[in-house]
Write a protein that binds this ligand. Structure first.
Ligand code: F6R
Length: 262
């Protein structure tokens, strides 16, 4: 796991957008794993800007989102399908038929989860998986106690997650208590993982995920097992990390990052 500390949230987002752009340039047929949430909104707007400037071509890309609420219609304003259309898909040249979000309104949810994992496999797996981290330490909606080998399935949401996301619902009481989420195992199968976390509120959970023990109680800590995971944080989210000097040294000295340094 590599940790990159940037001076502020804007610089952290910019670096993440460059890594995604680089992935698409190198492999125009990339399969992207995508996340939702507040952290991603401004990152997606950077990708949209790059596309509008003619620098980013999504036409051959495919995407799989991490998760979707159970019981919410695809066209509901609170669905993650609507979020993705609104923040990214409607503004770039990705073919909507190549974008996948789990169907939280499917009657047979087990079947849907199985279909989703199978589709990821049939598409050759995920090249770059984008991730945020929740207050409960989750990646996707893999809440505390989730198996570190889990595949896509339905999970009940943790109280911290309910609290974190309830304000995003027009009627906060309508927030579902369950979601379909890619499993930790599904996420670990991606060829590259990129986590973005910014702001003071993420400092404690980032410390646990990055420098704490690998535990199903903080599923983001499983990323320590990922063969190529980059965690980008701003100074605020990095505040409680013990090995900051080491992370800075690696970013400043490794040739891989030369083109990414400002
Ligand atoms: C969303 C997702 C979640 C979020 C996490 C952080 O698809 O998978 O894991 O990335 O809850 O959310 P924000 O960015 O709102 O703090």
């Amino acid at each position: 796991m590599e940790v990159i500390i940037q001076k502020d949230a804007a610089a952290a987002r910019k670096l993440a957008s460059k890594i995604i752009a680089h992935q698409i340039e190198n492999k125009p047929t990339s399969t992207l794993g995508l996340a939702t949430g507040r952290t991603m909104e401004l990152l997606y707007s950077l990708l949209v800007d790059q596309h509008r400037e003619g620098k980013l071509d999504f036409s051959l890309c495919r995407s799989f989102n991490l998760d979707e609420y159970v019981g919410i219609a695809r066209d509901d304003e609170n669905s993650y399908r609507s979020y993705m259309n609104m923040h990214l898909f409607n503004h770039v040249n990705i073919d909507l038929r190549n974008t996948h979000v789990p169907h939280g309104d499917e009657k047979d949810l087990d079947w849907e989860c199985h279909r989703y994992d199978k589709l990821i496999d049939e598409c050759g797996g995920i090249d770059l998986q984008l991730l945020g981290i929740g207050q409960a330490g989750h990646i996707g909606f893999n809440e505390p106690g989730s198996s570190l080998r889990s595949r896509t399935r339905v999970k009940p949401l943790a109280p911290e997650t309910m609290e974190q996301n309830r304000p995003l619902f027009k009627d906060p009481n309508s927030m579902p208590h369950r979601a379909i989420t890619m499993g930790v195992g599904t996420i670990l199968d991606s060829r590259r993982a990129l986590m973005l976390a910014t702001g003071k509120s993420k400092a404690e959970i980032i410390r646990k995920a990055v420098e704490g023990p690998i535990t199903s109680m903080v599923t983001a800590s499983a990323l320590q097992l990922h063969p190529q995971c980059t965690v980008i944080v701003d100074e605020e989210a990095a505040e409680l990390l013990e090995f900051k000097d080491h992370y800075r040294w690696v970013f400043e000295s490794e040739p891989e990052w030369v083109h990414y340094r400002e």
